[in-house]
Ligand binder design. Structure first.
Ligand code: PAF
Length: 280
């Protein structure tokens, strides 16, 4: 496994691989790797000759300075995990390498960026789109892998690739959970033992929504689920949304769309967690 920090160096290595006819799989990450990330890499390894993982904590996608400062930084440990899992290339640039000049790009994803994470984290998806576009240009992958935990991010990236006519395939991969149901996230390590023991309520709540679907109205379910989560010590719901999986627009009734998914974002103490579950 080779670790590159320079764009010029990784690009010349990738050009050589492409000239040799190797297919390239790519997993963009912000490090603090867990089994969720490794499952993306494993999927990439199954489908490609050369597998690249980027590790870059992208400052421009954080709308909260504290969240950026507290984001775990574990490069050495991450590289060990990647080598063990069979990664070929790591790209770990500095912020100066990725952003030598002021960022001017502005993407428009219409309604897709106006709901949920887009509504609550101003500028977040533009920051994600800017870095992902640059990473795709640098790594030139045939396929790139993203987890469904960030379901809206996955939709935005598919839209980005279509808008920019980029010649690659975006593959969405299932959420990997702890045994008690908590979705794997780099932020989980910031939970205190007590917070960690309560955090699985998020997945329980999503399952409760699925179980109640069709029995109660969406309006009633949203109120009850929010009340229940907010009653947990230290939990504060930011939003619960039941939406059309394809457009991400909230639905008012169960027959409004063929594919429906429930989404939750909340604060557990000062740690922001998100999760989602397919309902139908
Ligand atoms: O999902 C993430 O970790 C990040 O948003 C991504 C896609 C690596 C862009 O910084």
């Amino acid at each position: 496994m080779i670790v590159y920090t320079s764009i010029k160096d990784i690009q010349s290595a990738i050009r050589q691989h492409r000239a040799d006819g190797h297919s390239i799989g790519f997993v963009p990450t912000m490090g603090a790797l867990h089994r969720g990330h490794i499952s993306l890499l494993e999927q990439s390894i199954k489908e490609n000759d050369i597998n690249i993982v980027s590790i870059f904590i992208n400052p421009i996608q954080f709308n909260n300075k504290q969240d950026l400062e507290k984001y775990p930084r574990t490069l050495e440990d991450d590289c060990k995990k990647l080598e063990e899992a069979g990664c070929s290339i790591v790209f770990a640039p500095s912020a100066g390498e990725m952003y030598p000049e002021e960022v001017k790009e502005h993407y428009d994803f219409g309604q897709l960026e106006k709901v949920m994470e887009g509504e609550h984290r101003s500028g977040h998806f533009n920051g994600v789109a800017v870095v992902v576009k640059r990473l795709f240009d640098i790594c030139m992958p045939n396929k790139a892998y993203f987890g469904e935990k960030d379901f809206q991010q996955l939709a935005i990236i598919k839209a980005l690739v279509e808008q920019e006519n980029m010649p690659l395939e975006i593959i969405g991969c299932p959420i990997i959970r702890e045994e008690d149901g908590l979705a794997m996230s780099s932020r989980n390590v910031r939970l205190s033992p007590e917070e960690r023991s309560i955090a699985p309520e998020i997945f329980k709540s999503l399952n409760w929504i699925r179980q109640q679907a069709g029995e109660r109205s969406i309006g009633e379910i949203l109120i009850l689920a929010e009340e229940k989560l907010n009653a947990m010590p230290g939990m504060k719901v930011e939003y619960i949304c039941i939406a059309d999986e394809d457009t991400l627009m909230p639905v008012q009734s169960w027959d409004e769309a063929d594919n429906i998914r429930a989404f939750i974002a909340l604060f557990m103490g000062d740690v922001r967690l998100i999760d989602n579950l397919k309902i139908k």
